[in-house]
Design a protein around this ligand. Structure first.
Ligand SMILES: C[S@@+](CC[C@H](N)C(=O)[O-])C[C@H]1O[C@@H](n2cnc3c(N)ncnc32)[C@H](O)[C@@H]1O
Length: 240
């Protein structure tokens, strides 16, 4: 069994998506958080794991004076992003690579990681790389699923006719992340902003590992086909 991280579904999802004009709830929340930080003209934003640039498209149309860039591990998604949003700097980069080995070493005022951290088994390593991408006094915004119980979950799944195991829905509790953040001298403070009204999503018959919403105990609840409930939150970290 190979427990190394591997994730191969996203190309299929995002290359066939065209939701540029229909932002997700988490993207709307990220926009509101950025707005509340009162970004000044000329400040910079980096979207890590930007896929084909849907969040960047939304941000660019709302923050005209801010310089926005993004990267993803997938060259195909970066090509699509460049085509859809000309004028924005996009580059291919693996977030799990040691920052000192990156070809482009970004230093930005606001660093975003949306819907990506759950792919990795080691959230500490990823947050350390995000800190290195941020300027002093910068902000890091991470949207992620979290466990309401104090338990961290590392999972792999595979489709019934496939031999390959995939990651994508590791779920960490807030307590573990907080314990780590409290050890970091670079961090001034942080807060959580939970996503309380998730998008209404229907189940995709051809891919039960895409999120959908269903009624559980009278509450609109997001689930995936690995029998997991997905509670989403946004973590905002302010650096010194
Ligand atoms: C679920 S999608 C989220 C896309 C987008 N950030 C959003 O909010 O809609 C996960 C993205 O992370 C990218 N990704 C996966 N592993 C990565 C890595 N090691 N380095 C950079 N990006 C990665 C995938 O290619 C994919 O675009």
């Amino acid at each position: 069994m190979n427990w190394e991280h591997s994730r191969f579904s996203d190309d299929e999802i995002y290359l066939n998506h065209n939701n540029y004009k229909k932002p997700k709830q988490t993207h709307k929340k990220i926009l509101n958080i950025i707005d509340s930080l009162n970004p000044e003209a000329g400040q910079t934003i980096l979207d890590c794991g930007c896929a084909a640039g849907e969040l960047i498209y939304f941000l660019v149309s709302n923050f005209k004076e801010i310089n926005i860039s993004g990267f993803d591990i997938s060259p195909k998604m970066i090509s699509k992003a460049k085509e859809k949003i000309p004028g924005v700097e996009f580059f291919v980069q693996d977030l799990s690579q040691k920052f000192s080995d990156w070809c482009i070493k970004p230093k930005k005022d606001i660093v975003i990681l949306s819907g990506v951290i759950q792919i990795f088994d080691d959230f500490e390593y990823v947050i350390n790389n995000l800190i290195l991408c941020a300027n002093n006094r910068g902000n890091i915004i991470i949207s992620l699923p979290y466990n309401k119980d104090p338990i961290d979950v590392i999972m792999r799944y595979r489709r019934f006719n496939d031999k390959k195991w995939e990651s994508g829905w590791n779920i960490t509790c807030k307590e573990s992340i907080e314990n780590f953040l409290k050890t970091k001298q670079e961090i001034n403070n942080f807060f959580w902003d939970d996503v309380t009204s998730p998008d209404n999503l229907s189940k995709k018959k051809n891919d039960p590992m895409r999120k959908w919403t269903t009624n559980i105990n009278g509450k609109n609840t997001t689930v995936v086909g690995s029998s997991q409930i997905i509670n989403q939150t946004i973590l905002v970290i302010k650096l010194n």
